[in-house]
Design a protein around this ligand. Sequence first.
Ligand SMILES: [Zn+2]
Length: 188
Amino acid sequence: MATPPKLVSLRGSGLRVWNYYWHFRHELKMSEDELREVGIEGDDLFIRPEVIGPLKEADAKFREHGYELIVKDAYRSPELYELAYRRRHAVYGQAATDRLYNMRDRPHMSGLVVDVNLVDPETGEQVKMRNPKHDDEGAQTIGFYKGKQDPVSREYERLQDLLIEVMLSVGFKLGVKREFWHFEYPVE
Ligand SMILES: [Zn+2]
């Protein structure tokens, strides 16, 4: 698939890149061929060049806190949106898919939107900021762990607050679905 001209690869940008769809292809029941057809192959992501500077700025700030930024999703083609929606629907059901998957606005098609996480540079592991067992109760949404007193919940909240604070400080905005990992860079 041809890359739309406004986009550049994040591979080689110096930022950590991890392609969500590629890693979850078995769970999402997507074959490698299907993913290649919608522009996905291995750990690479495409993005508008204006977003790379702010991502690097955020990464530098996270390093001051002992973490590194990792980008897990960026540009999605219309074909990827369609494929991922159909498969999520089949695997997770309609309610779970529609709660988070924004098919109306399709924000990732802009090339200005990222889904990110933090990495512990000592272990190279992504940092856990929620328990997926709580997803049916809405753990993907900002503020889910707020007010919970157990140490694990408090740590999740601390990490989510750090992620959001730094991303907003370099110019990103939150999305309408209020996921704590999803950030949109306003241009124009
Ligand atoms: Zn997103």
